[in-house]
Design a protein around this ligand. Structure first.
Ligand SMILES: C=CC1=C(C)c2cc3[nH]c(cc4nc(cc5[nH]c(cc1n2)c(C)c5CCC(=O)O)C(CCC(=O)O)=C4C)c(C)c3C=C
Ligand SMILES: [Fe+2]
Ligand SMILES: [Fe+2]
Length: 343
């Protein structure tokens, strides 16, 4: 049988929580034109301004969640890689990071050097966005051309509605519901509204009314991150048999002054506390591995905010991480859903 490698790709973290490493990481991340989609001179100017203050604040936040083995996102991604290997019989499973190390270039070269010619690339993002999925695939294309790698590539598309993924997510959440709760908040990483409009092939669907994303279908759904977040949420709520008033969706991690997709997590936290919700569960389904945005932004800061607003308990439900059902589901999705690489 021809060997086929599997390359999992996650976002990446700074090498350490030191300010210099965080600055280097943020510079690489934010200078990506798929993340800050401004012309180079404006992007350089904006990122330079962000880098005046952000690295210090972010370094402090990273230091508060850093583990002895390293960044939670990196450590948990490695654990997932090992767990997926036991379900991937076609060949070795590798892990790369879009920003920082190990890079996509290092891993694709390693795969080619091992004489493997077929690779499945799995960007570890359930919902499609240019700032996550497209930038990974663009980097893969760049590396293939620059290093003339003789690799035949297929890629795993966004899996926001795949039953195997949703079943694993429901298995992860279920025990927390059984402990008793008032409300389950599904908080996704946000995006500037501009990114959603740019990706909208109809030019008129997205964000035109409050529930446009819930109605999205076909080519619009395939490109609309917000619509995919709602589909994931509906699929999860259905599996957990949640009544509509027991769950809601919000978007976190805003940066800068542009308008980001709503509703904002901070505002939902205030509103839920004001409605009398005391025991709040939060799951972050845009992330498959716990990271700064789950452990610190939700587990620490959102918790403080909710308690200050009158809530009694906010519990962060861990991401899928290396859950055995998720590892098996991911291997299965890569076998069954990967499509020929076509950027
Ligand atoms: C314009 C800025 C950003 C966009 C767009 C964006 C999209 C986006 N990001 C993730 C996943 C993660 N982001 C993480 C951290 C993070 N994100 C941004 C900015 C944008 N993200 C910044 C500046 C940071 C760094 C931390 C900080 O200073 O706040 C992380 C965590 C990484 C870690 O090391 O733990 C993840 C994961 C998605 C899924 C997404 C689009 C949907
Ligand atoms: Fe982000
Ligand atoms: Fe939409």
């Amino acid at each position: 049988m021809t060997e086929q490698a599997l390359l999992l790709v996650n976002l990446g973290s700074p090498a350490s929580p030191e300010v210099t490493d965080v600055r280097r990481y943020l510079n690489q991340f934010l200078m990506d034109p798929y993340v800050i989609d401004l012309p180079w001179p404006l992007r350089r100017l904006l990122v330079t301004l962000i880098l005046l203050t952000r690295p210090k604040a972010s370094a402090h936040a990273y230091a508060s969640i850093w583990w002895p083995e390293g960044s939670p996102l990196a450590v948990l991604s490695q654990r997932l890689q090992r767990a997926v290997q036991s379900h991937w019989e076609q060949g070795p499973v590798f892990l790369a990071m879009r920003y920082g190390e190990p890079s996509i270039a290092q891993k694709l070269q390693q795969i080619a050097q091992q004489g493997i010619s077929q690779v499945v690339i799995a960007p570890l993002y359930p919902q499609f966005a240019d700032s996550t999925t497209t930038t990974v695939l663009t980097e893969v294309q760049r590396v293939l051309v620059q290093h003339r790698l003789p690799l035949s590539i297929s890629t795993l598309p966004a899996f926001y509605d795949q039953p195997a993924y949703l079943d694993a997510l429901a298995t992860q959440v279920q025990p927390y519901l059984e402990q008793g709760f008032d409300h389950l908040l599904m908080s996704y990483h946000g995006l500037p509204e501009r990114h959603i409009h740019k990706a909208d092939p109809s030019g008129q669907h997205c964000l035109t009314n409050t529930d446009c994303c819930q109605q999205a279908q076909g080519a619009v759904l395939a490109q609309c991150y917000r619509a995919q977040c709602y589909r994931t949420s509906q699929g999860l709520a259905q599996r957990l048999e949640l009544m509509p008033e027991r769950w809601s969706v919000s978007f976190q991690s805003r940066l800068g002054r542009a308008k980001w997709i709503a509703p904002y997590t901070e505002e939902r936290l205030q509103a839920l506390a004001a409605q009398g919700v005391k025991k709040l569960l939060v799951i972050c389904p845009a992330f498959v591995s716990d990271c700064l945005e789950t452990l610190e932004e939700i587990g620490v800061r959102a918790r403080e905010q909710f308690l200050a607003a009158g809530g009694e308990d906010l519990q962060l439900i861990p991401c899928l991480n290396d859950h055995p059902q998720w590892a098996m589901a991911l291997a299965q999705l890569c076998q069954q859903q990967a499509v020929p690489f076509n950027l």
